[in-house]
Design a protein around this ligand. Sequence first.
Ligand code: ADP
Length: 258
Amino acid sequence: RQDPESLIEPQNALSNVKKVIGVVSGKGGVGKSLVTSMLATTLRRRECSVGILDADITGPSIPKCFGLKGRATADENGMYPIITKTGIKVMSINLLLEEETAPVVWRGPVIAGAIKQFWTDVVWGDVDYMFVDMPPGTGDVPLTVFQSLPLAGIIIVASPQELVGMIVSKAVEMAKLMEVPVLGLVENMSYFKCPDCGKEIKLFGESHIDEVAAKYGLKVMGKLPIDPTLASACDRGIIELFGGDWLEGAADAIEEQG
Ligand code: ADP
């Protein structure tokens, strides 16, 4: 079997990215981008230097959540990330397209090539934690991205329904194949908290995250409720203002890992 490291090229000469963490999901729409944005925000609040490499070209979620409108610039040293209000560095294919709504119809190898360039050609400067919003699924594109970046670990985001299916096991298998550790599991849309009585309603039935985590020997990093204020913060580009401490445990685990 080919050594996965052989495909990884050095980062830009002006970058010093210490740790790259992939955020993966089995399919689109489970909140992977939202969780990526919130993890980045949580670590940024702890004064860490944070970057987001948006490798999910299925939609401009990351630029949208942070309200980024500008186009990335470049000079002889490379491309420059766009900086969010609180200082998170972001690079995304969606920041390079002419029209925010332009559909990305690139084929897998082209996408993978662009993501590789985000590693080799972007001037990231000092970054303690870089979160990669991975393309959803376990197909060719996510696999190539996996092979192109020096991932220190991955975090799997799943909805309660996915936790009863094959999706987590597929993601775990992919990580094993690539020899990348799974740092933990985040369950999104776990419950809905009634704004009137405070009761937690499990819309999708009892959570299976603890069983699934035990089955694969994974850490439960957090459970996020369905919260309309999160969706609206994303729509308004102000995700950095989110309240709630759902991902503090995940941030602790990431920091403990060094
Ligand atoms: P993915 O990256 O997995 O495709 P997104 O993060 O883009 O998914 O989320 C899909 C949509 O669902 C977005 O509009 C997002 O704001 C919304 N969403 C995700 N998680 C939650 C949540 N916990 N509460 C409310 N809305 C959410």
